[in-house]
Design a protein around this ligand. Structure first.
Ligand code: C5P
Length: 231
């Protein structure tokens, strides 16, 4: 099986910092990076083209959530950027997710956010008026995502096994909140090590600060890469 690259979250506010960070790696190395709202809204499609020209794969994490027609049109625009993966909020509903898939086509992996990991069960019940457990809501949204024909979900590693049980073994679980042993946890609440994420069944791990804020980011990436691939 092909070795899996950890997805590096490029949580930088500006283009220059991304350039400097990517320049640390050998020029023939292909990375998998995540571009989120902050960077995309600051730097626009230009940054996507720049990163692609360097030969890297891109997860464009924009979490679209709007009426189906608008999401379909927006996804058609994102398809032209030729990213490798992007996402929507499952709360937009099955029709919206199907529309997103139509707009994006088959060129990229399309996943959905179920409940944000920043949402507690109490907040979900009070703010969204969903009177179930958080876990039930996550599994419900995962099933709806599967029903809509999307490829998978963003979830915590702890949820991956249960999600695959109610969907399919092939249903992609992309998991942030990854911390190698000894790394600063920061604002993440429930963290899992790369090795544990592998054992639990994550398909992709997203790692930000343990790599981007490391004294030696390339070394930190290599360590996490090895742990994730059981090398
Ligand atoms: O620096 P750190 O490894 O915590 O970064 C994790 C990345 O994954 C950040 O870009 C964060 O926004 C994102 N993310 C997350 N939890 C989610 C969804 C996305 O941490 N549920």
């Amino acid at each position: 099986m092909r070795e899996k690259r950890p997805v590096i979250a490029l949580d930088f506010p500006a283009f220059d910092q991304v350039k400097a960070f990517l320049a640390l790696f050998p020029s023939d190395e292909s990375l998998y990076v995540k571009v989120g709202m902050e960077l995309y809204y600051a730097a626009g499609p230009e940054i996507i083209r720049y990163i692609k020209n360097l030969g890297h794969s891109i997860f464009l994490d924009l979490k679209l959530h709007d009426i189906p027609n608008t999401v379909e049109s927006a996804m058609r625009v994102l398809a032209d950027l030729e990213v490798d993966m992007t996402n929507v909020h499952a709360a937009g509903g099955v029709e919206m997710m199907k529309a997103a898939k139509r707009g994006l086509g088959e060129s990229a992996i399309l996943i959905a956010v179920t409940q944000l990991t920043s949402t507690s069960e109490e907040q979900m019940q009070a703010d969204q008026n969903i009177q179930s457990s958080l876990q039930e809501s996550v599994l419900h949204y995962a099933q709806k995502t599967y029903e809509a024909g999307l490829d998978g979900v963003v979830c915590s590693a702890q949820e991956a096994a249960a999600i695959k049980q109610v969907t399919s073994e092939d249903f992609v679980c992309l998991t942030p909140g990854i911390r190698p042993k000894g790394a600063a946890v920061g604002d993440q609440k429930r963290v899992v090590s790369p090795a544990d994420a592998y054992r639990i069944g994550s398909d992709y791990i997203v790692v930000g600060r343990p790599i981007t804020q490391a004294i030696d980011p390339v070394q930190a990436y290599r360590t996490i890469y090895k742990e994730w691939n059981q090398l």
